[in-house]
Design a protein around this ligand. Structure first.
Ligand code: 3PG
Length: 212
């Protein structure tokens, strides 16, 4: 499904990008982020536990929107949907993945890193794109340079976005949200330090975007 309108997915200005190694951490982590005011999370398909983590969050943490990220193959879409994914995200988007995203029954945020990739996805009807990896692909200056020539394409930059630069990204006219792992550090998850994660989420949730 082409994401063309702000939806639940963009309820908060920051989308935590989660790498969950142990299923048992999934619900406490989601609860901690929600308690901090972040209402959308992206669980990356980078660990064996990812899809069971999605199932656990959906079963145990009502009120949070859960998507599946790091989708790199068409075959992963069905498995993500079976687990209950409410949106789909990719780091980059070959044509066949873009077409499968467009046909999916949930919104998708396809990834891109260049102007031509962004234009190709916009031509397929996607108007909110993940810009990844943001910091090493031109970051704030790249996004700002696209505002005038491509005003209808909106981005969620991710990859190197953190507590220090998120505010500057969110001030851009074409940025609707930012994504990042900084609100859920691996060491805090491993240590079960969910109070720290709630504190990080609170700070992130207070950020405002230009559209607010
Ligand atoms: C992603 O998949 O969006 C990124 O790996 C997140 O990047 P970060 O760890 O630099 O926030």
């Amino acid at each position: 499904m082409r994401l063309s309108d702000p939806s639940n997915l963009l309820a908060s200005p920051v989308i935590p990008v989660l790498v969950i190694e142990r299923v048992a951490d999934a619900a406490p982590l989601a609860r901690a982020l929600l308690a901090g005011g972040l209402r959308t999370v992206e669980v990356t398909l980078r660990t064996a536990a990812a899809l069971d983590a999605v199932r656990a969050i959906i079963a145990e943490v009502p009120g949070i929107v859960v998507g599946v990220g790091t989708v790199t193959k068409v075959s992963e879409i069905g498995r993500a949907l079976d687990a209950g994914a409410q949106f789909l995200v990719s780091p980059g988007t070959p044509r066949e993945l873009a077409e499968a995203f467009a046909d999916a029954p949930v919104p998708a945020m396809p990834g891109c890193a260049t102007t031509s990739e962004a234009m190709a996805l916009a031509a397929l009807g996607f108007s909110v794109l993940k810009f990844f990896p943001a910091e090493v692909s031109g970051g704030i200056r790249w996004l700002n340079a696209l505002v005038e020539p491509l005003p209808d394409i909106r981005f969620c930059p991710t990859g190197g976005v953190n507590a220090d630069n998120a505010e500057v990204y969110l001030a851009l006219a074409n940025v609707v949200a930012v994504g990042g792992s900084w609100v859920a550090p691996a060491e805090a998850i491993a240590a079960g330090d969910f109070a720290r994660i709630t504190a990080l989420a609170q700070t992130a949730a207070r950020l405002t975007r230009r559209a607010d």
